[in-house]
Design a protein. Structure first.
Length: 580
C-alpha cells in the first residue's frame, strides 16, 4: 500500500455521516485527506474488527510517526497493539476493540508505548467512518498530553510500567531500555559507563527460615537503602528475585568499583529484623565496562551476571570485574551455555539412565549390584557424559533437579522389576553435595520410600567424600535418616580429599569407593598401590566394604583380588548400558 490512501479512502472520509460533528478545534471530518495528513495530532485509520481478530492499521499521518517513532512502513498492516509494548503493560487497546465491536465511539486517556519503548500519555479518541455497506474505517486520533495535568490513575499506570511494585526501584524492562540508550550514545559522546550486577548471598536463608513475606520485606527495605549508595546520575533497578542492577553513568571501572564497594559495605552492615530474629546478608557483585565496542544489552547483562557468579565462587560478598580474556569468565560462559542445555534436556525429556555392573570379588553375595549413571542426549541424538555438564549444574543450582529426576527414574525402575534388597540386589545412586543439604529433597525420598518400604534395602546412595567433609553435620543427618528406613550408603571417590580418616569413625556409611585416580595406575605406581592398600585395610577395620573404581585391565583386577578388596567396577568388568 502506498503512503497516501487511495480515492476510496478519501471518499470514505469525506462522506462520513458524522461530518458535521467535530473532533477537536472545530476541525470536522468532512475534510480532504490532506487535512488529516497535516493534523498536529497523530491520526490513524483502521479497518473494522472482524471476528476475534485485531483491527489493522491502514493509514497513519506524519504526526503519528513523530509522536510514536513508528514509521509508516512499520505501522501499516500492523495491529494497534504495537502501542502497548511486548508485555502488554497498557490494556486500552482491548477496551478500544470492544467499543469497536459494539460500534461505539471511544475516548480515554491512555498510555502509549513508543518505538523507543518510552511511555507516552495521550488522549485517544476513536469514531466510526460510514461506508456504503456500514462502517468502512475507524478514525483514531491521539493527542499528546505532555505538559498537561495527568490523572492519578494515568500517573500510576505510567509509574507501574517502569518501576518494580515491591521495591519502587526501576524494573528490568526500563533498566534494559536505559542501558540500551546509554550504549547507543557512546560513539557520540565518547563517555564510558559501567554495568553492575548484584546478587544477595544469604537471601534464601531468610526466605526458608521465615517465609516469603519476610523475604519481600527484606527486598523492600533494601530498595530504600540502595539508592542512597549511588550518585543521582546512576540508575538502580531490581532485575528479578534478589538480583539488582546498577548503571554507573560516565564512570570508569576504578570509579565503579569504589561505588560498588559502597553498595557492598551498606548491605554487609545492614541487619534485617523479623519476629525477634536478626539476619545479616551479603552481596556478590559483578562489573562490566560499557564501551563503544560492547555488544548488545543481553550480552552485557550476561557478562555482568557471569562476573557476579565468579565473585560467589571466590567466597561471596565481594566484587569481580569482567575481562574479555579472563579464563574464569570464559569458563563461566561455557557453564551458562550448559545451564540452558540442562534445562532444555529436563523439559524435553532428553535425559537417560545407564547401568554399570559392580563385580563381587569375594563371591559372598547373591543378586546383581550396579550403579545408575546419568547421560544427556543432545538434540542430534549423541550422548553426553555427565563430566561435561555436572560442574555447571553444581554451580548454577541445578544438581538437585537432576538428582530428583535420577532418583525418581531409578525408583520407577526398581518398582517395575520388583527389585528387593533381601534378594541380594543393590542399586547405587549418586547424589550431589547440594542435595544432601536440601531438606525438601530428603523429604521427597522419604515420602517415596514410605510408599514402597521393601525397596529401601536395595538402594545405596553414593555421596562424595568432599561433599561430606564440607557439610559433615547435614550429611550425617541425611545418611542417618535414610538408613533408618533401610537404605545403605557409599562414600564415593574416597581418597581424593586426602583428609583424615578420623571422621570415618562416626560416619555411618556401608561402603568406601576407592577413587579411580589411584586404582587406574596402581599396578604401575607403587604410591598409588600403597594408597589403595591402606584405604582397603582401614575400611575393613572400620567394618566397611570397599569398592575399587576404574578397573580397566586384568592385572589391576588380579591385584585387587589379592589385596582383598570386596568389589570392583570399571570398563574391564562392564561398560554402562542403557536402562531398559
Amino acid at each position: 500500500m502506498s503512503h497516501q490512501p487511495g480515492a476510496e479512502l478519501a471518499d470514505a472520509v469525506v462522506s462520513w455521516p458524522g461530518a458535521a460533528k467535530t473532533i477537536a478545534d472545530d476541525t470536522t471530518l468532512n475534510l480532504p485527506l490532506s487535512t488529516l495528513e497535516h493534523n498536529r495530532d497523530a491520526v490513524i485509520l483502521m479497518a473494522p474488527v472482524s471476528g476475534q481478530a485485531d483491527p489493522s492499521i491502514v493509514y497513519v499521518n506524519e504526526a503519528f510517526e513523530s509522536m510514536t517513532g513508528y514509521s509508516r512502513t512499520t505501522a501499516l498492516g500492523a495491529s494497534p497493539r504495537i502501542l502497548v509494548g511486548e508485555r502488554g503493560q497498557f490494556g486500552w487497546v482491548g477496551r478500544l476493540r470492544r467499543r469497536m465491536q459494539s460500534q461505539q465511539a471511544f475516548r480515554e486517556r491512555c498510555m502509549l508505548r513508543c518505538a523507543n519503548t518510552n511511555p507516552l500519555a495521550a488522549l485517544v479518541e476513536a469514531h466510526p467512518i460510514g461506508g456504503a455497506a456500514g462502517i468502512a474505517y475507524w478514525l483514531v486520533k491521539m493527542h499528546d498530553l505532555a505538559g498537561e495535568p495527568i490523572s492519578g490513575e494515568l500517573a500510576r499506570a505510567m509509574h507501574s510500567s517502569t518501576h518494580d511494585e515491591l521495591t519502587g526501584l526501576i524494573n528490568r524492562a526500563e533498566f534494559e531500555r536505559r542501558l540500551e540508550s546509554a550504549r547507543g550514545q557512546l560513539p557520540d559522546n565518547g563517555r564510558e559507563h559501567v554495568l553492575c550486577y548484584l546478587d544477595l548471598d544469604q537471601f534464601k536463608v531468610v526466605n526458608d527460615t521465615c517465609g516469603h513475606a519476610a523475604g519481600d520485606e527484606l527486598l523492600r527495605q533494601l530498595g530504600e537503602i540502595l539508592p542512597g549508595c549511588v550518585r543521582e546520575c546512576d540508575t538502580i533497578a531490581r532485575l528479578s528475585g534478589d538480583e539488582f542492577g546498577v548503571l554507573f553513568d560516565s564512570a570508569t571501572v576504578p570509579q565503579a568499583r569504589l561505588l560498588a564497594n559502597r553498595l557492598r559495605d551498606s548491605i554487609e552492615k545492614y541487619r534485617f529484623a523479623w519476629h525477634n530474629k536478626i539476619f545479616s546478608v551479603g552481596v556478590s557483585i559483578g562489573l562490566v565496562s560499557i564501551t563503544d565496542t560492547s555488544e548488545g544489552v543481553s550480552q552485557l547483562l550476561s557478562a555482568a551476571d557471569t562476573a557476579c557468579f565468579a565473585a560467589k565462587d571466590l567466597g561471596r560478598n565481594r566484587i569481580y570485574v569482567h575481562h574479555h580474556e579472563d579464563g574464569e569468565i570464559a569458563r563461566r560462559h561455557g557453564e551458562m551455555e550448559w545451564v540452558t542445555e540442562i534445562q532444555a534436556a529436563l523439559d524435553q525429556e532428553r535425559l537417560q539412565l545407564h547401568l554399570q555392573s559392580i563385580k563381587d570379588l569375594t563371591a559372598t553375595t547373591q543378586g546383581n549390584h550396579y550403579e545408575v549413571l546419568l547421560r544427556m542426549q543432545a538434540e542430534d541424538g549423541t550422548l553426553i557424559s555427565p563430566e561435561a555438564f555436572l560442574p555447571a549444574a553444581e554451580n548454577y543450582h541445578l544438581s538437585t533437579r537432576l538428582d530428583t529426576w535420577v532418583v525418581g527414574r531409578a525408583f520407577d525402575y526398581l518398582a517395575s522389576r520388583e527389585v528387593r534388597g533381601d534378594d541380594g540386589n543393590l542399586c547405587c545412586i549418586n547424589l550431589s553435595g547440594h542435595s544432601i543439604t536440601d531438606a525438601g529433597f530428603l523429604q521427597t525420598i522419604m515420602a517415596r520410600l514410605g510408599r514402597a518400604p521393601e525397596a529401601a534395602s536395595a538402594i545405596c546412595f553414593e555421596i562424595t567424600e568432599t561433599a561430606v567433609i564440607a557439610n559433615l553435620g547435614l550429611a550425617t543427618h541425611f545418611i542417618r535418616s535414610l538408613k533408618r528406613m533401610g537404605c545403605r550408603f557409599a562414600l564415593d571417590d574416597f581418597g581424593s580429599g586426602l583428609s583424615s580418616f578420623a571422621y570415618l569413625k562416626n560416619l555411618p556409611v556401608d561402603f568406601l569407593k576407592i577413587d579411580g585416580m589411584f586404582v587406574r595406575n596402581m599396578t604401575r605406581d607403587p604410591i598409588d598401590l600403597a594408597f589403595v592398600r591402606s584405604i582397603n585395610e582401614i575400611g575393613h577395620v572400620m567394618g566397611k566394604k570397599t569398592v575399587a573404581e576404574f578397573v580397566e585391565d586384568q592385572d589391576t583386577l588380579d591385584a585387587l583380588c589379592e589385596m582383598g578388596v570386596d568389589y570392583a567396577q570399571g570398563f574391564h568388568i562392564s561398560r554402562p548400558a542403557p536402562l531398559v
